[in-house]
Ligand binder design. Sequence first.
Ligand code: ADP
Ligand code: MG
Length: 247
Amino acid sequence: MSVQPILEVENVSQRFGNFVALNKVSVAFEPGRLTAIIGPNGAGKSTFFNVLSGAFPPSSGRVRFQGKDITGLAQHEFARIGIAKSFQITNVFKQLSAHENVRVAAQMRETRFQLLRPRASLRALIDKADALLERVGLAHLRDKTAADLAHGQQRALEIAMALASDPVLLLMDEPTAGMSPEETGVMMGLIRQLAAERTLVLVEHKMKLVMGLCERLIVLHHGEFLAEGSPEQIRNNVEVRRVYLGE
Ligand code: ADP
Ligand code: MG
């Protein structure tokens, strides 16, 4: 790799009791790129995602972000250093409106930074939330209660909330899970736009979906690194074809 990686995973293993969910996985991510982690069900994708996003520290191995060791860093520190994530399961405040959800997320960021600079005015937070809703295509649903939004819209809302921390790196676990084909199309368009602005790492089960979207794919299988490369290389990789056909 010619440029300094933004994120490096070195020899990461994750054990649950005797079960090895990840076995010595090493991967480096280049800044500004859209990379997808793919693999059949049970491959260890979500476990890998949880390690990257700090949900739990790995059993062994290191994770470095912008050259700094962040292994075991507390969950709430991740947003502060510039890493945000959206989960496989939708995670919004159901009783709040779309706008209130994003405002809360923006407010949380300000609270984190308030020792460093004056608190943002309420007006600034309102405007930021509106800009983010616009960004993810939800401006027209601003005052709708999150519970009343369609599934795809809730996922988009969650992304707006993740963006409220102005992340350098955005991690997404199966952003199109449970979506209709139409919702999937909208989400892929949004991901494409976001990828133009920042580093994005996507975990995705559906290989076809990411082929047209990502510059680089990493394949996990049974908790092990299986392959990496361009969509073209991955499409033609005999082992990758075998594990996907064998599902
Ligand atoms: P994927 O997201 O690729 O489908 P996961 O990372 O969710 O795979 O799971 C990988 C393997 O680890 C699976 O066999 C799963 O049952 C196991 N696993 C995941 N989380 C836990 C856990 N908290 N405790 C025990 N086993 C787990
Ligand atoms: Mg998963």
